[in-house]
Design a protein around this ligand. Sequence first.
Ligand SMILES: [Zn+2]
Ligand SMILES: [Zn+2]
Length: 59
Amino acid sequence: MKLAKLISAAAFAFALLANPAFAETCCEKAKAAGKECAHPCCVKAVKDGKVCEKCNPKK
Ligand SMILES: [Zn+2]
Ligand SMILES: [Zn+2]
């Protein structure tokens, strides 16, 4: 059953890559909606003129 495990793992990885919602951060989603991210950590970062690194890890 090793092969089945490998296939499901590959399918899972592909699903993550193919899902645009997963790649979008909370801040990007808020921006797309014309708002600012309401997460306290992001609001604090924006006040400091930065972007929240916790929610927006560098790619
Ligand atoms: Zn955010
Ligand atoms: Zn944040």
